[in-house]
Design a protein around this ligand. Structure first.
Ligand code: DX5
Ligand code: ZN
Length: 221
């Protein structure tokens, strides 16, 4: 896998043509499909569930699917998404009663597991589970909607998360989600991120390959 992973969020794709959209963005050079699950309870929006993940697999999508659970409770959705073909499953600690158990539950299915941190959620949830996370996802917007602006305080938080990862010695991806675009991706990478979710910045442009190439050019500097 590449050092830097680009993970387009299908939240901003055309849902009426989802299979084609995912195919197109992968052909355009994306590494991972970011799949936003919202329950109108943990976040004030409602999106897609395991049936849609399975439909993408049945359609022939073989790339990693990165399921970002913005749901409460988390527990039941883990089994359903693992069965639906998820590759990575991340969840917000506030949505889970038993964080350690949920991480283990995800790994027991053979999926990669991750914790997601809202802009104001402290990183201390990681203190006793660094050996059970494959991904740390920092939200750089408040979750629920695409197209919001990157919250600058996240840059300092990324640096703290990067220090934790490097000190741990574990192989953990540092993912960033919200307001990522060509103009700020280099600064975000410099702060320590190596996996970049981008929804509106990619899907709101006519040429996905052009945007992804521009992002990679920024990352190569
Ligand atoms: C927000 C979602 C994001 C969202 C990002 O709750 O988790 O993945 O789609 O969208 P942009 O890149 O437009 O900020
Ligand atoms: Zn997301």
């Amino acid at each position: 896998m590449a050092d830097f992973l680009i993970a387009p969020s299908i939240l901003s794709a055309d849902f009426a043509r989802l299979g084609e959209e995912v195919e197109a963005v992968l052909a355009a050079g994306a590494d991972v499909v970011h799949f936003d699950v919202m329950d109108n309870h943990f976040v004030p929006n409602l999106t897609i569930g395991p049936m849609v993940c399975k439909a993408l697999r049945d359609y022939g999508i073989t790339a990693p699917i990165d399921v970002h659970l913005m749901v409460q409770p988390v527990e039941r959705m883990i089994d359903d998404f693992a069965a639906a073909g998820a590759s990575i499953i991340t969840f917000h600690p506030e949505g889970a009663t038993h964080i350690d158990r949920c991480l283990q539950q995800i790994r027991d299915h053979g999926c990669k597991a991750g914790l997601v941190f809202n802009p104001a959620t402290p990183l201390h949830y990681l203190d006793y589970v660094m050996d059970k996370v494959d991904v740390i996802l920092l939200m750089s917007v408040n979750p629920g909607f695409g197209g919001q602006s990157f919250i600058p305080a996240t840059l300092d938080k990324l640096k703290q998360a990067r220090q934790r990862i490097d000190a741990s010695g574990y192989d953990i991806k540092l993912e960033i989600d919200g307001g990522v675009k060509t103009e700020n991706i280099a600064e975000i990478a410099a702060a320590g991120a190596d996996m970049f979710v981008a929804g509106s910045a990619i899907f709101n442009q006519p040429d996905y390959a052009k945007v992804i190439a521009e992002m990679r050019a920024e990352l190569a500097q």
